[in-house]
Design a protein around this ligand. Structure first.
Ligand SMILES: NC(=O)c1ccc[n+]([C@@H]2O[C@H](COP(=O)([O-])OP(=O)(O)OC[C@H]3O[C@@H](n4cnc5c(N)ncnc54)[C@H](O)[C@@H]3O)[C@@H](O)[C@H]2O)c1
Length: 352
């Protein structure tokens, strides 16, 4: 039987609950499709930080390196640990260390979900640059607390970094409906974003079968609300992709439905799969977190690992669940009830 070594970082708050849900569904998928997930759980979280002074041990990255994939729930507990510490101490280092430069976030309505828009037939794949740009971590502060205080945050766009994320986006577009929209703000940001536009046109020459549009981030925000059905693949920088995918989550029914994959395309390191949402301290411990985003992220992981049939079966089980009205309205079904419904649908679905 094929065995995958999976590093599991449940993290904080609802991250722990939705990770449990996703792992249960993976076990059902493994039993049905003939593979095993050998899971190693790591307690790295804000609680771990309060105990040890670090979000993960000094050799944390090396520990993760040998795994086939990483599954992460959510990290953050702003009441006790600043978000800048939890983000820069765990998530961002993992994304950078393993060259997970492509963050893939699908946005579409599962059956039975009523989004806030009139449009229902959209299917968007947002590709967010995940290792540089506005979140490169370059910058500094001087004269702190004084009148003349200065803070800088330097957005870094390298030719290699921009080219590879665009190529990744074009490949995705080629495998889907053949349209790519590159999102910038090149009217106002005249260096990095003009460079991004130029790189888009350059890379586009290698993909004559893909049609390309350029859009500014503000116009794209409006487009995702007014005519999301016209969009196929969107490629955006780290910050722009971060913001657009929260909008994408909103139009697909909320953060409880938004999945994401942090992909290392050359497979030189493990990729990481996590729901878009955070630790949701406001609902943690109440068994009302929606596990669908987490389970969808697990389906993305199965696809990446080469278990395409199992991935499709998990997605079909999610769809069967929401089609019955389970998990479609916030708070109406508990985390456990939704998870059980997905597991039942997966067990009952077509065999491998
Ligand atoms: N990738 C990550 O680990 C990640 C992502 C975003 C935020 N965070 C962290 O999480 C903490 C809380 O952040 P936040 O409140 O801004 O964002 P959040 O995503 O945790 O919550 C935003 C709102 O959405 C709701 N929500 C989120 N996921 C839900 C789900 N699965 N089911 C039902 N409702 C859900 C929450 O109850 C809350 O009202 C912060 O520390 C933040 O830094 C972590």
């Amino acid at each position: 039987m094929k065995t995958y070594n999976l590093a599991v970082i449940p993290g904080d708050g609802i991250g722990v609950h939705v990770t449990d849900a996703a792992m249960e569904v993976l076990d059902v998928a493994g039993a049905k499709f003939g593979f095993e997930m050998a899971k190693t759980s790591f307690p790295w979280s804000c609680e771990y930080y309060l105990e040890t002074g670090a979000m993960m041990p000094a050799d944390g990255i090396e520990t993760l390196r040998g795994f086939d994939a990483i599954y992460l729930g959510a990290v953050g507990w702003p009441e006790t640990v600043p978000d800048s510490v939890s983000l820069h101490g765990l998530l961002l280092p993992i994304r950078k260390a393993f060259n997970q430069y492509a963050n893939i976030r699908p946005h579409r309505l599962l059956p039975g979900i009523e989004g806030p828009l009139r449009a229902t037939g959209f299917d968007i794949l947002c590709i967010r640059e995940n290792t540089e740009g506005e979140y490169s971590g370059a910058g500094g502060r001087v004269h702190q607390g004084r009148e003349n205080e200065v803070a800088t945050e330097v957005a870094i766009f390298t030719r290699a970094g921009v080219e590879r994320i665009l190529r990744f986006g074009f490949e995705q577009a080629r495998a889907r409906r053949g349209h790519l929209t590159s999102v910038t703000k090149s009217n106002a940001q005249k260096y990095s974003m003009v460079f991004w536009d130029e790189m888009t046109d350059l890379v586009a020459k290698d993909y004559p079968d893909v049609t390309v549009s350029h859009m500014h981030i503000d116009a794209m925000a409006a487009k995702m609300v007014m005519a999301p059905q016209d969009l196929d693949v969107i490629v955006a920088s780290n910050l722009f992709g971060d913001i657009l995918t929260d909008l994408g989550a909103a139009i697909q029914g909320g953060l409880g439905f938004a999945a994401s994959a942090n992909i290392c395309p050359d497979r030189s390191g493990p990729s990481m799969f996590e729901p878009v949402h955070g630790s949701a301290p406001d609902i943690a411990g109440q068994n009302i977190a929606n596990p669908i985003a987490a389970i969808w992220s697990a389906a993305q992981m199965l696809e990446h690992l080469g278990e395409a049939a199992a991935s499709e079966a998990v997605m079909a089980a999610l769809e069967a669940t929401t089609r019955r009205g389970v998990g479609t309205r916030p708070g109406a079904s508990s985390t456990d009830e939704i998870t059980a419904a997905v597991k039942t649908a997966l067990s009952a679905g077509p065999q491998a």
